[in-house]
Design a protein around this ligand. Structure first.
Ligand SMILES: N[C@@H](CCC(=O)N[C@@H](CS)C(=O)NCC(=O)O)C(=O)O
Length: 223
């Protein structure tokens, strides 16, 4: 039986959604973030040394990293569903977006989360102006321009097809949903990004997405 080690408000929601799309039975083992640090509990390190979510176990296998988990689950249980046929242009786009999500667009979104927190973290009053200045500089000179660059790029790419890999919904859309949900929470999706907004509306309307939310519990991304 597949067990999804699921951290609240996290990337593992994608794995629950994928399994609901595939109709594959699984169990959810829930872990709660520390309310102060927002980190995963130490018990997750007993499953995988990094203690990050998602992690799945399937028999003797323990596998971490969202993209690897998605590849494994579609390959083993998908029967060809949610992955464009090998050798097609859609398959190349599928590969691209599958890697882009965690490799390219998540880093600036994570930096934004960290530097936003630096600005509001408790600290001695005389340090605050300096911390705010450093965080503000990092955000205005690097983080925010990069987030805008990625958002505009994804918006333009979704002008080519309804979904990221083509006109068929694929597991790459599941992988890409997290950065877009994180961007909506952390940076907001402005009216100049109607395709990204429409993508999230389509995603949220999928019955499997709804079922996964019911299994995973409240899903409110960190901001
Ligand atoms: N690139 C990894 C990132 C894993 C990751 O950072 N997960 C976050 C949840 S969204 C986590 O476990 N955070 C809690 C912590 O770092 O303690 C993946 O896609 O699986």
């Amino acid at each position: 039986m597949i067990v999804v080690h699921h951290l609240n408000n996290s990337r593992s929601q994608r794995v629950l959604w994928l399994l609901e799309e595939l109709g594959v039975p699984y169990e959810v083992k829930r872990y709660e973030r520390n309310l102060e640090t927002m980190l995963a509990p130490p018990s997750l390190r007993a499953v995988h040394p990094l203690g990050k979510s998602p992690v799945i176990t399937d028999g003797d296998l323990t596998l971490a990293e969202s993209g690897a988990i998605i590849e494994y689950l579609t390959g083993r249980y998908g029967g060809g569903r949610l992955v464009p046929a090998a050798g097609t242009p859609e398959h190349l786009r599928y590969l691209y977006w599958m890697h882009y999500a965690e490799g390219s667009v998540m880093p600036p979104l994570l930096l934004k989360l960290v530097f936003d927190r630096v600005e509001t973290a408790p600290m001695p009053f005389f340090v605050r102006p300096i911390a705010k200045q450093i965080a503000g500089r990092a955000k205005s000179s690097f983080i925010e321009p990069n987030i805008k660059l990625h958002l505009d790029y994804m918006e333009a790419e979704l002008g080519k097809s309804t979904w990221f890999a083509g006109n068929e919904f694929s597991a790459a859309d599941i992988q890409m949903s997290f950065p877009l949900e994180a961007a909506a929470a952390r940076a907001g999706l402005s009216p100049t990004l109607p395709r990204l907004t429409a993508f999230l509306t389509l995603v949220h309307a999928r019955p499997a997405y709804e079922r996964a939310l019911a299994k995973g519990g409240p899903y409110e991304l960190l901001r």
